[in-house]
Design a protein around this ligand. Structure first.
Ligand SMILES: NC(=O)c1ccc[n+]([C@@H]2O[C@H](COP(=O)([O-])OP(=O)(O)OC[C@H]3O[C@@H](n4cnc5c(N)ncnc54)[C@H](OP(=O)(O)O)[C@@H]3O)[C@@H](O)[C@H]2O)c1
Length: 268
């Protein structure tokens, strides 16, 4: 634990910490003794979590109410953290839009690209540069098993997660010479507000099993400094390996198209 704190302290910066996977990262990193900077739009949720974690562990927690899609959001974040040593960054905040691509709202699809790709890239650049200078630190990127192939009806979302997988693995290599760790977590279906909100999807019709946030996050923290990328859950790993090594990509796309369409409650 001391070694972890030494390498990734003083502070871990987590975006999207008000719920789901981000909130669980906050809990597990607090238990490892890291101070936290928690970012999201719902300040009340962040403050609630902060006081719980400060009580349980002897740590400092700063909460920042911020819509990452606002103009100058990154500048504000940099300003708010200028006096802190950020040793671990988890650009976790994300959103999804699904359905027939051309029928989806064009602006919502654009926000998906901005929040899921542009913001993580900017955070990795800004805080990554400081870590490289200090010769220590880490970044945990949040992709998805949907980013490991094309997924019709989640076309844009899956593409953003493919971007994250690609940049995260590349940075794992680039950062290594400076002693900075980057790893990519690709969760499969995980029980969070995002999934609970998809009332028009019946994921029971897909050959996937919903996981809890605890093991998903634990897998990522264990992979940091050891692996370029990691997938939590035996079934998710099996599907990925089978997909990669036994099925041509065009066939996987068709298979996912069939499966996702079947799981959609309101068919197009
Ligand atoms: N759940 C899954 O099955 C699954 C699978 C693969 C990958 N993922 C990825 O895991 C990450 C976390 O998602 P989750 O499943 O934990 O969903 P979640 O519970 O809905 O969490 C999303 C987080 O992002 C924050 N957020 C959303 N828009 C924001 C904005 N404009 N500015 C700042 N914060 C914003 C939300 O906080 P506020 O609403 O308070 O701003 C919330 O804390 C995402 O990148 C997602 O793509 C999830």
């Amino acid at each position: 634990m001391k070694q972890f704190k030494e390498k990734y302290g003083d502070y871990a910066l987590i975006t999207g910490a008000s719920s789901g996977i981000g909130k669980e990262f906050a809990k597990q990193l607090a238990a490892k003794g890291l101070n936290l900077v928690l970012v999201a739009r719902r300040k009340n949720k962040l403050d609630e979590l902060a006081s719980e974690l400060k009580k349980q562990h002897q740590i400092k927690v700063k909460t920042i109410e911020l819509d990452l899609l606002n103009d100058k959001a990154i500048e504000r974040l940099v300003y708010e953290t200028k006096d802190l040593t950020i040793g671990l960054v988890i650009p976790n905040a994300g959103m999804e839009v699904h359905g027939d691509f051309v029928k989806n709202n064009y602006e919502a699809e654009s926000k998906v690209v901005q929040l899921n790709t542009l913001i993580p890239m900017q955070l990795a650049h800004i805080y990554g540069a400081k870590m490289v200078k200090r010769k220590k630190g880490g970044i945990i990127f949040i992709s998805s098993t949907f980013g490991h192939q094309s997924v019709p009806y989640f076309a844009n979302y899956a593409a953003t997660k493919a971007y994250i997988l690609s940049i995260g693995q590349a940075l794992n290599y680039e950062f290594k010479k400076s002693g900075v760790d980057a790893t990519v977590l690709s969760p499969g279906l995980t029980k969070t507000e995002m999934v609970d909100g998809m009332k028009d999807m019946d994921f029971g019709k897909m050959p996937i099993v919903e996981m809890k946030v605890e093991p998903v996050v634990k897998k990522a923290i264990n992979a940091l400094g050891k692996k370029q990328a990691t997938i939590p859950g035996g079934r998710n790993i099996f599907m990925d390996v089978m997909g990669k090594f036994t099925t041509p990509r065009w066939m996987l796309t068709n298979m996912f198209g069939f499966l996702v369409h079947r799981a959609m409650v309101n068919k197009y």
